[in-house]
Design a protein around this ligand. Structure first.
Ligand SMILES: Nc1ncnc2c1ncn2[C@@H]1O[C@H](COP(=O)(O)OP(=O)(O)OP(=O)(O)O)[C@@H](O)[C@H]1O
Ligand SMILES: O=C(O)C1=C[C@@H](O)[C@@H](O)[C@H](O)C1
Length: 298
């Protein structure tokens, strides 16, 4: 089933409304990553260091080359005018055009702890790939008569929520050309992997301190698994996230590709992962997906 043909699909229990249907120009840039300064471009070549548990660890080799970007069309991705953000948008666009045909319509499932950016990055990826975007938490809320996740936990308990989450992933696994932001705990049920493995799974691996900062900035009210800890928002988020991550880190490692914000920051010489823009993270996600596809075809 192609999500593009359906503006609004009612699957057995869940209303699904695809967003972001666009056409895309066909052009391509050959560099996998660059930081432009005038006409000089820094390229980071990635070398896979495979090992049994960590499938996507990379050694990063910075190179510097020169090239012209004059033939590139203006990006439609964002309206910010700084050269850096324009460059990110161009790279994102060209990388997505390189990868989209290789995906053969397979869905992308973003996994990761709450607050890791699955929704933010997922929306960007869906736009550049001309895919539709779904959030499994939102589908569960719709399936339970518009009840919020926090209310579902309160009224029906976590087991009920997890079953609805599995139902949502099952429905989504029947479709193509979707980017799915999954719930932070979706990885713990093996049955969910059966559905997610129909597509390509990408783990957004964000340091817990950064997650706690992001979550503290918006409060823990909408996140039932964090809300009942004592202390200020940052402390309670960090404490609970640490426990959850200990229980889940092995499950996240099942993902086909890993996007480590620490690795990106190291590549770019940033001290702080919080300074990484969503576009930079989305570019890295496309690169890791490409690496996975190459390994898979080999
Ligand atoms: N790269 C980024 N830079 C700055 N802020 C970000 C970045 N990525 C995400 N955020 C912010 O962090 C918060 C959490 O992001 P988001 O909702 O995308 O995460 P999520 O993984 O979908 O979370 P959840 O699983 O809890 O729904 C949001 O306020 C978002 O704006
Ligand atoms: O990490 C988790 O277990 C959760 C994350 C959210 O996305 C929601 O799915 C829910 O709050 C549970």
């Amino acid at each position: 089933m192609d999500a593009k043909v359906a503006q609004s699909l009612q699957l057995s229990c869940i209303w699904i409304n695809p967003e972001n249907i666009r056409t895309k120009p066909k052009d391509s840039l050959t560099f996998s990553r660059r930081l432009k300064e005038h006409q000089q471009v820094q390229v980071f070549a990635s070398t896979n260091l495979r090992c049994s548990r960590n499938k996507n660890r990379h050694r990063l080799l910075p190179l510097t080359v020169s090239c012209s970007l004059n033939n590139f069309p203006a990006s439609t991705l964002e309206s910010e005018s700084s050269p850096a953000s324009d460059d990110e948008a161009l790279i994102l666009k060209s990388k997505s055009q390189e990868i989209e045909p290789l995906l053969n319509g397979r869905c992308i499932y973003l996994v990761g702890m709450m607050g890791s950016g699955k929704t933010t990055i997922g929306k960007i990826l869906s736009e550049v790939l001309d895919y539709s975007f779904f959030d499994s938490d939102k589908l569960v809320e719709q399936a339970v008569q518009g009840t919020s996740v926090a209310e579902i936990f309160k009224l029906h308990g976590e087991t009920f929520f997890r079953q609805r989450e599995t139902d949502a992933l099952k429905e989504l696994s029947l479709m193509h050309r979707l980017v799915v932001s999954t719930g932070g705990g979706a990885v713990v049920r093996p049955i969910n992997w059966k559905y997610m493995n129909k597509g390509i799974s990408v783990w957004l691996d964000v340091p817990l301190e950064a997650l706690a900062q992001r979550i503290a900035a918006v409060g823990t009210h909408s996140r039932p698994l964090l809300h009942h800890e004592p202390g200020d928002a940052y402390t309670k988020a960090l404490k609970r996230l640490s426990t959850l991550f200990e229980q889940r880190s092995d499950a996240y490692e099942n993902a086909n590709a890993r996007v480590s914000l620490e690795n990106i920051a190291a590549k770019l010489g940033h001290n702080d992962v919080l300074s990484l823009t969503p576009n930079i993270i989305a570019i890295e996600a496309l690169e890791q997906i490409e690496t996975f596809l190459e390994e898979e075809s080999a």
